[in-house]
Write a protein that binds this ligand. Structure first.
Ligand SMILES: [Zn+2]
Length: 589
């Protein structure tokens, strides 16, 4: 997922853990991490012959679209917990073995929840006119057990009091849940590349935190509660099924046949049996929704018919990451690791091509390039293909917890109302010995666009290193470095425990407008040239990290446990203020 503004729109792919800035007084158990950046050489020793060989293999002899078609067309959508994702885990493991990697295997990151498949979905209007609509089951929707038919009714619940007015009115009805949104004309391109102005903006560090996301998070528990009450009402009143209006995308992309179909609107953790959605639910194209909505609002009786054919394949499915390696060859450095990856899971209405088939096949192609060139990296290069990313970075977080360390989450009462992945990090961070042996992690999960640079994730010491690595890549469009951190994908799991973890800056394309979590996230949206470039550039970054004498410099370890104290307002700062007893001051807040 891209920048935080997109993040706010699209809840689930992006999770900003709001990691604290470096705490200067912190000590860390990692010897490497405590080395000042002055111990890093001023000049990087670049193997430009290897640059050329990687470019030749990655750009002129790319096989990335073969991996893409196998994963996207043959295996298809890869919802976490689903049989397709299991197949994808096994296929990636086997392909990594075939290309020459060692130790390809699956690692269990823990219990996820329900396995689910959409077998078929159709929705139509039968009166006052017949019409065929564009709709797909929301993930983990129960089956309608055959075709069902009922009168359409509009339900709009914005506050608790709205609930009462629907009592006794919903039985046997097909519910249009939520008001009709504005559908603006598509007067800007859905497909865009970043121009110089966009890149300059990314390079510049924002001086004030963007507040939208904080506001969104503050309101989240309340919204969840109302959503839960709404679903309870629909179930207890015996509504037949629910239709959700598809949300909009960037530049009005949520129209014209594109539906965004994730678990937004379903309440908390719809993949857990205890939070299971009680009745069939679909996401429907906004124009189709609009027609029925306007008729119902004008008191024209509308009858609809639909069939939501879905299947649950287990209540306690586990999640697995695909892991494989190219062993290091330097006796002194081979126990150290450089990691590359992306997430293998997707949503279900498209085929998960750009989110994140793209990052998956880029990482696989990186490994293929090294194998094809018979590269002998000094450090071990390891690929991680994560799952459960869309529900909260579960796979990468699980892997990091098992190998490197973890951040305890807050148990404050307000935080306990949130799903675990949304809770504030509470610290102190607990580390494992392996944490000292990983140099860095590189991630691609912002769609199909080529790599334009890198987010430093506020790691200032790594800037001069990456600047030198990027110099010979300028002709491929790799030009921009920003101190910004970017949220919402698996590099955050590494960053959270003090490991240099990076997401590249990628060209925007039609990710936010059309493909991200949509029924149109399919093979045709992939851009072969961009993906070949991304694999080439990522391979060069990974190779450089595996070959240089030092590990990558680290930020001081985050200290989430000090965050509240550091953000608390200063005391006694107003010279003219009278002394107020502490209790009263707290009450006045
Ligand atoms: Zn993603």
């Amino acid at each position: 997922m891209p920048k935080k503004n997109v993040f706010v729109l699209s809840i689930l792919c992006l999770i900003s853990l709001a990691l604290s800035a470096a705490d200067k007084k912190s000590t860390t158990s990692s010897t490497e991490a405590s080395k000042p950046s002055s111990e890093q050489p001023a000049k990087e020793n670049l193997d430009l012959t290897m640059y050329q060989r990687i470019r030749d293999e990655g750009l002129a002899h790319s096989h990335i679209m073969e991996y893409a078609s196998a994963l996207i067309d043959d295996i298809g959508p890869r919802l976490t917990g689903s049989p397709n994702l299991k197949r994808a885990n096994e296929w990636t493991r086997d392909q990594l073995t075939v290309m020459g990697c060692s130790n390809a295997h699956l690692e269990d990151w823990g219990e996820f929840g329900m396995g689910w498949q959409q077998l078929n979905t159709w929705v139509r209007m039968t009166s006052p006119d017949t019409a065929v609509f564009i709709a797909q089951a929301a993930p983990w929707s129960p089956s309608s057990n055959g075709a069902i038919s009922g009168a359409a009714i509009s339900v709009e619940i914005k506050k608790d009091e709205d609930i009462d007015k629907y009592k006794g009115k919903l039985s046997g009805k097909i519910v249009l849940l939520g008001e009709m949104r504005e559908v603006k004309p598509v007067d800007k391109p859905l497909f865009e590349r970043e121009d110089d102005k966009d890149l300059a903006k990314i390079a510049e560090h924002p001086l004030l935190e963007e507040n939208e996301y904080a506001q969104y998070m503050r309101d989240f528990p309340k919204r969840m509660e109302l959503q839960q009450k709404t679903w309870n009402l629909l179930a207890s009143e015996h509504a037949l099924a629910v239709i959700l209006p598809s949300r909009d995308g960037r530049n009005s992309g949520g129209s014209g046949g594109t539906i965004f179909d994730d678990s937004r609107g379903l309440g908390q953790s719809a993949y857990k049996r205890e939070h299971a959605t009680p009745l069939p639910v679909v996401d429907m194209a906004i124009e189709n929704y609009g027609r029925v909505y306007r008729l119902v609002k004008a008191h024209v009786p509308v009858t609809m018919e639909m069939n939501v054919d879905t299947k649950f394949t287990g209540d306690h499915e586990h999640g697995f990451d695909t892991i494989a390696e190219i062993p290091g060859t330097d006796p002194k450095l081979k126990d150290e690791v450089v990691m590359v990856g992306g997430h293998l899971d997707s949503w279900a209405s498209g085929t998960g091509a750009t989110d994140n088939g793209a990052g998956t096949v880029v990482a696989m192609e990186v490994m293929r390039i090294f194998n094809a060139l018979q590269a002998k990296p000094r450090r071990t290069i390891r690929i991680g293909l994560w799952t459960g990313e869309e529900q909260g970075l579960f796979g990468s977080q699980g892997y990091v917890k098992q190998h490197f360390g973890f951040v305890p989450f807050s148990t404050a009462p307000d935080q306990m109302k949130l799903p675990e992945w949304m809770r504030k990090p509470a610290g102190p961070i607990q580390l494992k010995p392996e944490q000292e042996k990983i140099s860095g992690y590189f991630n691609v999960d912002n769609g199909t666009g080529k790599i334009l640079g890198i987010y430093l994730q506020e790691n200032a010491a790594v800037r001069p290193i990456f600047e030198q690595w990027m110099e010979p890549l300028k002709d491929l469009g790799v030009t921009t470095i920003t101190m910004r951190d970017t949220g919402g994908t698996d590099h955050e799991s590494f960053d959270a425990v003090g490991i240099p973890g990076f997401q590249f800056i990628q060209d925007r394309m039609d990710y936010g407008s059309r493909t991200h979590h949509s029924n149109m996230d399919v093979y045709e949206r992939l851009q072969a040239g961009d993906l070949a470039q991304a694999a080439t550039v990522e391979a060069i970054f990974v190779y450089n990290a595996a070959m240089r004498e030092q590990m990558l410099p680290r930020k001081p370890l985050p200290h989430p446990e000090l965050e509240e104290q550091r953000k608390a307002p200063l005391k006694k700062v107003m010279p003219g203020a009278e002394e107020v007893p502490e209790k009263e001051a707290a009450d006045n807040k």
